[in-house]
Design a protein. Sequence first.
Length: 470
Amino acid sequence: MNDLVLMPAARQLEMLRARSVSIEELAEAHIAQIKRLNPRLNAFADFDAERVRAQAAQMDASPQSRGPLFGLPVTVKSSIATAGYKCEIGSLLNKGDVPREDAVVVARLRAAGALILGTTNCPEFLMAYETDNLLHGRTSNPWDLDRTPGGSSGGESAAIAAGMSAAGLGSDSGGSVRLPAHFTGICSLKPTPGRIPGAGHMPPCVGPFSTLGAIGPMARTIGDVLLLFRTLSGHDPNDPNSPPIAPRTPKIEELRTHTIGFFEDDALAPVTAETRAAIQSAAQALRDAGFRVEPFRPRTLEQLRKLWTKFFVQCGAMFYEPAIRGKREQLSPIFAAFLGSAESLPPLSAAELLNAWAELDLLRARTLEELRDYPVLLCPVASIPAWRHGERVWTIDGQHVEYLDAVRHTQWFNVLAAPAAVVPVGRSPEGLPIGVQIVARPFEDEIALGVAGIVDAAFGYRPPPMALAQ
C-alpha cells in the first residue's frame, strides 16, 4: 500500500483507468496512510474516513461520470471553501465554519472527478511561514518531526509529501505553496493570479492581494502539478482578475529559446552552501538538456521585497483589524507575532499607500523590462531548509539571518505577479530537502512548468523515511 500512495498522481490515475486498482482500494490505501501518519504529523483540519469511503463507493458505482481526475484522492487547504468541510483558516474566531458552497477551483476539482479526502491545516489567517494555531495545533514535517513543513500551506505539503494525499491545493501570497514544497521535498506552482480562479478563497484575494495572491497546485511531481493546472485553470467570467487565456503546451524546442538567468542569492541575505549547490546542480541539468543558462540577477529585488512588506504585512494587518478587534486574547501566538511585526512599522498614511500602489505598477514594469533577455529565472526558495518549530533566527556564513529575510526569495514574485514553480533538487547535511524556484513572466505559467519539468526529471521526489516505514 505504501508503494501505491507514493506513486505520482498520474500513475494512480492510469491504474484506476486500467482497473488494476478500484477507487475504493485507492481510497482505502490513503485512509490507512492517514491513520498511520497523521497522529504524528497533524496535517488535517477535517478528515472523516467514512465520508471518504462513501464517496469512493459512489464513484465506483458510477463509472460513467469519469473526468480527468476521476477517483484521485486529493486534499484542499482549509482556506479554500470546500462545501461540507471545515474551512476555519486556523482560527478560533472561525471555529466550526463549514462553507455551503465550493470555491470555483474546488467545484472544478469535483467536476473533474477528484475524491476529496479532507481539508488541511494552516497557520491562523495564513499569516506565517510555519503551520501552527490554537484551533488544530502544530503540523510537523515528515522529514523531521521537530521541524515545520512551512506555511501557510504546511498541512497540504506534509500530507502530500507523506503519501496521505495524491495532490492538492494551497494558496500563496508570499511563498505559501513554494516554501512548504521546498521544506517537504515536493513540487508546487504559484500561478499568475487569476489563471486558477481565486473566488472562494478565504480571505478574498482583493485589493493588493489580487496581485500578491493565487491558489496553486501542489503534488509530488511537476507532471502532476501540470495536470492539476491544466484541469483547474481557465477563465472565470465572474472574476475581474481572471484572464481569458487559452492553455498552451510549449514544446521543448520553444522552451530552449528562453535564456535562463540564475542567481544564488540577492547579495543581502546569505544562503547555505547546500542551497547554492542545488541552484548550480539545477543550472547544469538545464545546460545538459540544451538550455542557455547564464548568471543574472534583477536589480529590483530589494524594492520588490519592501513593497511586499507594505502590502502583505501592513495592509494584511489592516484588513484583519475589524475581525480581531476586541478578540486578541483568542489569537494564536503565531498570528500575534505577525501583528507585532506590522505594528512595529510606522502606520501607513493614505498618501503612502497611494504612492505604494503606483510604485507597484512602475516597479513591475521596470522588472519586466529587465526580464526581456532572461524570461526565465532560476533561484533559491529560501536561505535555509526546514527550520525547527519556533526558530526565528539563523547564522549563515557568520551572518545572522532573521525570519522574514530568510524567506524573501518567494516574496519578490508575488509582487511581480509572476508564475513560480518549485522542484526538489538537493539535500542539507541533515538530509532535509532543498528545492529550487523556476520563475517565468506573468501569464507564462506553462513556460515555468515546462522548464521545471526538465529539472524534476533530473532530480525529483524522494519520499521521507516515515512514509515508507510499515
